[in-house]
Write a protein that binds this ligand. Sequence first.
Ligand code: IMP
Ligand code: MG
Length: 188
Amino acid sequence: MSTSTAQAFSEFNNTNLEPLFSAEQIQQRITELGSQIARDYEGKNPLLIGVLKGACIFISDLLRAIDLKLGIEFMAISSYGASTRTSGEVRIVKDLDVPIEGRDILVVEDIVDTGLTLSYLLANLKSRGATSVKLVALLDKHSRREREVEINYLGFQIPDAFVVGYGLDFAERYRNLPYIAVLKDPQI
Ligand code: IMP
Ligand code: MG
């Protein structure tokens, strides 16, 4: 008989995490978004552009919920230092490998917070001659908005809290959580 009372470590059931949306709730919402997008883009061949890394899990599930002929590409963006943050200047770290002239673009993002990243990215893509550029965001932290950004397809509205999981990270941790949680104390 073992005398050990030590419990196995669990990253997913960490006491610093307060569950916000379960894996089932997320899938349910994605199914709805996918059907809506398939209806709206019927007869078209949209190009989904995922913003790395946060949107990688969301786009993987969303893609399979859209019953259409479509394409997928990725971009990576990084914002400049805190001093230039308010100017909304962002840097494209990984650009598209394909032209988007004449394409119907759906930008897929994990969360819209201040809106600085997306307002830059959407304007940049529009300037490349796309037929249409629309935004799909899993989460919207609307109370923090500094720059107006139109979200055409939204998963969930959330309060002003720092959330992790389902692709979203805190210092690169927690992207692998199957659900979305509020990080109670970022110091831990
Ligand atoms: P913004 O809208 O330009 O402020 O930046 C949005 C980006 O900040 C998102 O793509 C995320 O990478 C990151 N971000 C903002 N809020 C959160 C959060 O609560 N958890 C994790 N990442 C966040
Ligand atoms: Mg992001």
